[in-house]
Design a protein around this ligand. Structure first.
Ligand code: HXC
Length: 257
């Protein structure tokens, strides 16, 4: 069955996922979560895809979890169904995911962008964790990933006041990797994804794993893990080819093995 809340497209070695609930500013309901997770899994399992771009509309990347769906839920229901737990599966994708964020990335929308490996933002992008205004708190990793991204003082400020952060502040704080004109955000993200997709897929997955260790371990453990991952690249065809190509002054032809 075709997805109802997203659009998916292949552009050569890049998989593009577009959130598509324009009337609700791409509010994240359960159906959309299920469809995004399935689309990412499918692209991740596809050896022909080397990077994934996730985007929304110019007005909204996503305005948060769907408040209308959520409002009548009870404690027993959210616990019983592990409400929104499936979003965690995005972080298991070996294929890099790049968020192209324009417009509102609020609440679950900000959290979804931070679940991606990097964020390319348009000049009109606005980030925030406004859950506190609804009498709740972030629930898709916002209190953790925002704190790791921008530090405790900014994260407390954002999470406790619910205020919006414009893109210049987000870039200054390191929340986003690049800011480009709003109508160029998707193209830039696709270019970045295309560049990544030309590399060795094995090296890409190991590199992503290594950077992620920085968030999940001590420095000593992280450096040790990196060293083991680095050594393991010498078991790949792509290491042989990549280094031979440099020595022979030619472009590498990675086989992704
Ligand atoms: C459901 C939403 C929505 C949301 C917007 N809409 N955000 N529906 N859930 N999160 C709907 C509106 O109800 C409206 O529908 C339509 O989208 C257009 O929105 P407007 O408010 O009319 O647009 P505008 O005036 O431009 O304001 C944009 C906005 C505002 C500032 C983004 O919509 C807003 O504040 N939205 C909520 C942001 C938020 O609180 N997000 C955090 C959610 S909690 P109708 O039918 O009236 O036209 C969260 C928890 C995560 O994310 C953790 C869960 C585990």
């Amino acid at each position: 069955t075709e997805p109802q809340t997203i659009l998916t497209e292949r552009r050569d070695r890049v998989g593009l996922i577009t959130l598509n609930r324009p009337k609700a500013l791409n509010a994240l309901n359960t159906e959309l979560m299920t469809e995004v997770v399935a689309a990412v899994k499918e692209f991740d399992a596809d050896a022909g895809i080397g990077a994934i771009v996730l985007t929304g509309s110019q007005k909204a990347f996503a305005a948060g979890a769907d408040i209308k769906e959520m409002s009548s839920k009870t404690y027993a229901e959210v616990v019983g169904e592990s409400f929104f737990g499936a979003w965690d599966e995005l972080s298991r994708s070996r294929t890099p995911i790049i968020a192209a964020v324009t417009g509102y990335a609020l609440g679950g929308g900000c959290e979804l962008a931070m679940l991606c490996d990097t964020i390319i933002a348009g000049e009109n992008a606005v980030f925030g964790q406004p859950e506190i205004n609804l009498g709740v708190i972030p629930g898709i990793g916002g209190s953790q990933r925002l704190t790791r991204a921008v530090g405790k003082a900014k994260a407390m400020d954002m999470v406790l006041t619910g205020r919006q952060m414009k893109v210049d502040e987000a870039e200054r704080m390191g929340l986003v990797s690049r800011v480009v004109p709003t109508d160029k955000a998707l193209d830039t993200a696709l270019e970045v994804a295309t560049t990544i997709a030309t590399k060795s897929a094995i090296a890409t997955a190991l590199a992503k794993d290594a950077v992620n260790r920085a968030f999940e371990s001590s420095l000593t453990e992280g450096v040790r893990a990196e060293r083991a991952l680095f050594y393991s690249t010498f078991a790949t065809d792509d290491q042989t080819e990549g280094m031979a190509a440099f020595v022979e002054k030619r472009e590498p032809r990675f086989t992704h093995r």
